[in-house]
Design a protein around this ligand. Sequence first.
Ligand code: AMP
Length: 454
Amino acid sequence: MNLAQSLLAACERHPEAEAFPGISYAALLPRVARLAGGLGVAPGDRVAVVLDNSVETALLYWAAQWAGAVFVPLSWRLPEEELDYCIDDAGAGLVIRDGDPLPEGPEHAGALDRDESEISLLLYTSGTTGRPKGVPRSHSADRAGGFSQALQHGYLHADRTLGAMPLYHTMGIHSLLAMHLVGGCYVPQARWNPGEALRLIEAERITSLYLAPTLFYDLVSHNSVARHDLSSVRALGYAGAAMTSALVAQCVEVFDPGVFVNHYGSTEIYTFSIGGDQVAKPGCAGRPAVNARLRLGPEGEICVHLSGDESFGGYWHRPDADEKALRDGWYHTGDIGHLDGDGDLWIDGRLDDMIISGGENIHPLEVEDVLAGHPGVHEVAVVGAPDDRLGHRVVAVVVVVEGTTSEELDAYCLASPLARFKRPRKYRLVPTLPKSASGKILRRVLRDEQKEST
Ligand code: AMP
């Protein structure tokens, strides 16, 4: 089923359910069809948008699907040259930016017979190095991703989710997709603001949250958190990075969730694995997801089989990137992991991020997890800095509660079970950590800073 058919089916299945605040599925369809009519695009045309999350942005996504066009959402955080590069690379004939009027046209009949293997979405990966890469996603792969999210995050009919993750990110798009499958309501939040998010959760009776760990951190540590009634929230899911044990504990205290999952995946292949019980095993990436087969390569690199229903088929016009990541039918994630005694997966970090100090492999996440347990630590990133003797030495870049000192943190690590050689040799106390649009810490930036300061 393509996504135009899928939307039609959703509207026929539960016309009375709320799709967006104040808009039922019955009311949604004619609006989408008129917007599609106004886009003036043919099947396969690329429609680029540079927009905040809003009902209109979500309607445009559906309008593109209805017209059989390819939705190309781009981050408003990208510098102008990078935006131009992506728009050009995508070959987008139409670009819609914040403030542009959305002309409606006669109702489009819907590209209902478009093959589900055609591209419905072109996402650009944040690309921590080199040019951004276009990731084409088919109708069937994204629909499969929506289903796996609904199933594995424990969504129920008429659930309500906060649309805080940007719609130019795979998490944002799949939240929207999962909602239409369960007759759920997508409540957009334009730009991240934890105080406003808490207000929306209460006012809109949000039932499920799917956010990057940093955003959960912002919510649970916000000074207004205790003043809000958050009892409607039943299911928590996170992705993008592992949560620290300390953050899992705070989320449990604030939300007391019935479901709490870690969703490990990427833009290319939506879901790799699901850590289904974060309370029992905080940070664990769990078992292969319902649509995925995983294996660990020689250096512990996590590889995902390309035959999975959520998989992409290769990058947009980038044979060089295909050659690097797609080999023998497997997608090479660049992540390293290991299985514990129960057969559950743990992510140890990126192949590129591993610190080799004095010949020992040190995974930054392990050190970060220990430091994050110190009450004076807000956020921490551990990177390697060049060192004549050790090759690299471990440096912790930390956002601390005022008054917390490096000496205290060192004493804390010494008293912890962390192996001595993994202890940071240096602490840098900073006001904030550099982050990507999806809230991932940009270790590359921190590494470069270390190089410059040595
Ligand atoms: P992106 O395509 O931007 O979503 O980035 C995908 C990458 O983010 C993965 O290859 C991992 O390195 C990281 N990632 C995503 N989800 C998780 C998770 N739940 N735990 C640890 N790392 C994650």
